[in-house]
Design a protein. Structure first.
Length: 95
């Protein structure tokens, strides 16, 4: 199952505050066709999970993981690109 790093959660919560998103909303992790036969991973705030989403809680934040990304993100951690970055990165989860 995908994990989310402390730094990534902090970045999401910063974005939540900047956008005025209520804390009652979770973060949905889903995939979109990238137009080249691959999968682009997306994150968005959502009031509720979609049907088939798996619920994951990390550090008090609820995440809704869509079925199409469950296998591709297995053994992956969502992190920030680097310490000063405001971009997310996917890394192998070796823990």
């Amino acid at each position: 199952m995908v994990r989310i790093s402390t730094n990534a959660i902090a970045l999401m919560e910063k974005s939540r505050r900047q956008q005025g998103i209520p804390e009652s909303q979770g973060v949905r992790i889903y995939g979109e066709d990238d137009g080249a036969g691959g999968l682009r991973v997306r994150l968005t705030f959502a009031e509720d999970p979609d049907e088939g989403d798996e619920l994951l809680e990390e550090q008090g934040t609820e995440f809704y993981v869509a079925p199409e990304v469950m296998v591709p993100l297995q053994d992956t951690i969502i992190d920030v690109a680097d310490e000063d970055s405001e971009q997310f990165a996917l890394r192998p989860d070796n823990i």
